[in-house]
Design a protein. Structure first.
Length: 570
């Protein structure tokens, strides 16, 4: 027994010692593993960047995703994708803030202290497909003076009833761009009617197509009645039919307590930039008396016959209700009386010309002219009569094929700075740039002047009497038709006093509006582009061209597109 006890005690001690040693080894291994893990988490020493030892680390650097693009970068990539711009291009962006301090809109607003770009030019040549591209607006925001009240009252245009004849194909072409244009002047811009009524007839349309167009108009907030047109008639005859339809619709609305003071026939591609201004001009007429009114837009809405200048309305004609009643009963328009006139004139002239002929043959009424961009006196002033002329138009006519102009996109700027700033001219005197808001940006590298028009011009009737109440025989005279009546404020001499002429020689570089859209913060983004290759329009506006002109020239062709973005801030 004495021998066994020491042996037992020694066994236990040995076992305890073994356990202690094993635990210590395990603890040391855990500490060493932890240290190695912490070391691995530390960034490599600068001394490790030798002989490919950090190849893996450098590979990880290149895989880091680029930072989120700026809004300007995202917009440039969108433009390149949607409009097929060249991947490499000169790009410039600038922010603009309207300043509502002008008493009235001027023919040209001069910006004398703030250059549009620096003298050396601020274009940056970039690649839109560069994953690390980062472009941003240059310099401080431009402050441009406009005339709109900051919070104008909502427009009530319920006095107007329009009639349009079109087709399903035209109204759905190009992602229904015409319907989008209509929504700019037939609604409040927020998807609600502004009170204007519309009677629309569709040529050779099925019942389904009539229903589809009616539904799309309702979705846009346009108050419209859509009807199939008589398929046996040409376009002019369909418009003659519309006179009676408008009179009927006027009576139905009157029975509902909704009075219409002016009934209008307009081409489907007529655009009204400011119904507020149109209503103000129509306020000069007594809606209870007969009045026949035309709204010619450009020079092409006029014609010269035997040295006499005439217009038939330019695809936009308005009647007071008493006049509409008279016209709807004329033998040349009355379907129940006779169709001889319509049949005999099928295919001869536009609807406004045939309407003018009918009215002048059977009544003593004159066509009252509310000119938009052009009057005959402009030819003698040598004024630019297109969209770059600085005039706030009452109507734009055939703007798509005459100007390749997207009126709805361009007019979006009116939602931010008011209708007065649409097509407003801004002259940056310090570096010879001119912005026509929503239409073009032009640079004159050889210099440009803006001067007042001073020539004296008298519009004269065929019987020798002058228009506007003046009996002066001085100045240049232009003969106009006896059945045309001009408002005094449209006397050519008075209009010229407020008009300014752009005088330049040498080269002109022109960027035309390509895109316009609203931003998330109420901004309006405008993109102007100068396309690669030669321009089919000599100086940026078709009315600028003069045969054998050796003084002016458009900038030469380029192998890349060039983009200017203006970001209008509220």
């Amino acid at each position: 027994m004495m021998i066994c006890r020491p042996f037992h005690g020694g066994y236990v001690g040995l076992l305890q010692l073994t356990i202690v040693l094993v635990g210590t080894c395990m603890l040391l291994a855990a500490v060493r593993h932890t240290d190695q893990h912490l070391i691995q988490q530390q960034p490599p020493s600068i001394y490790e960047y030798t002989d490919g030892k950090t190849r893996g680390a450098r590979q990880n650097e290149t895989n880091i995703p680029p930072p989120p693009p700026s809004d300007e970068t995202a917009y440039l990539r969108l433009l390149a994708r949607e409009y097929g711009l060249s991947n490499e291009l000169p790009f410039f962006a600038r922010r603009v803030r309207p300043r509502f301090d002008a008493r009235a809109r001027k023919s040209v607003t001069q910006v004398s202290r703030t250059p549009f770009m620096s003298p050396s030019g601020d274009f940056r040549r970039v690649r839109s497909d560069d994953a690390h591209l980062d472009v941003r607006a240059e310099g401080p925001a431009l402050r441009l003076s406009v005339a709109r009240r900051p919070d104008p009252p909502p427009l009530d245009a319920s006095a107007l009833l329009f009639g349009i004849s079109s087709s399903y194909d035209r109204l759905t072409y190009g992602n229904a761009s015409l319907l989008g244009d209509w929504a700019r002047w037939l609604t409040d811009g927020e998807g609600n009617s502004n009170g204007v009524g519309l009677v629309l007839t569709l040529h050779r349309a099925s019942a389904t197509e009539v229903e589809v167009i009616g539904g799309r108009l309702r979705e846009a907030g346009i108050d419209a009645v859509v009807l199939p047109a008589d398929s046996a008639h040409d376009g002019a005859a369909r418009y003659l039919d519309l006179v009676g339809l408008l009179a009927q619709q006027r009576d139905e609305l009157l029975g509902q307590g909704r009075q219409k003071k002016f009934l209008a026939l307009v081409d489907d591609d007529v655009f009204f930039p400011s119904l507020e201004k149109l209503l103000a001009r129509l306020g000069d007429y007594n809606a209870k008396k007969k009045a026949y009114i035309g709204l010619p837009s450009e020079r092409s809405d006029w014609t010269v016959e035997n040295n006499v200048t005439l217009t038939y309305g330019g695809g936009a004609v308005l009647f007071t209700p008493p006049m509409a009643d008279v016209v709807s009963q004329l033998p040349c328009l009355n379907k129940t009386a006779t169709r001889d006139y319509i049949s005999s004139t099928e295919g001869t002239g536009q609807w406004d010309e045939r309407l003018y002929t009918c009215i002048t043959e059977h009544t003593d009424e004159k066509l009252h002219i509310l000119p938009s961009l052009y009057t005959p006196s402009d030819d003698l002033y040598h004024l630019r009569t297109g969209y770059e002329g600085g005039v706030q138009p009452l109507a734009l006519h055939h703007y798509k094929h005459r100007r390749r102009f997207e009126a709805g996109k361009a007019h979006l700027i009116a939602s931010l700075c008011g209708e007065d700033c649409f097509l407003q001219r801004f002259f940056f005197r310090d570096d010879a740039w001119i912005l026509v808001n929503g239409y073009s940006i032009s640079q004159y590298p050889d210099g440009v002047d803006v001067l007042p028009a001073t020539k004296s011009v008298v519009l004269q009737k065929q019987d020798g009497s002058s228009i506007g109440g003046s009996s002066s025989n001085s100045g240049n005279k232009i003969k106009v038709g006896d059945r045309l009546s001009f408002d005094k404020q449209d006397d050519g001499r008075k209009r010229a006093e407020a008009r300014m002429v752009v005088s330049w020689a040498g080269t002109k570089r022109t960027w035309r509006l390509l895109d316009s859209r609203k931003g998330a913060n109420g901004e309006v983004w405008q993109a102007y582009v100068k396309r690669r290759g030669s321009s089919s329009v000599p100086y940026g506006d078709e009315d600028d061209w003069v045969p054998e002109d050796t003084v002016h020239s458009q900038d030469g062709p380029s192998d890349v597109d060039s983009v200017i973005v203006l970001i209008w801030e509220p």
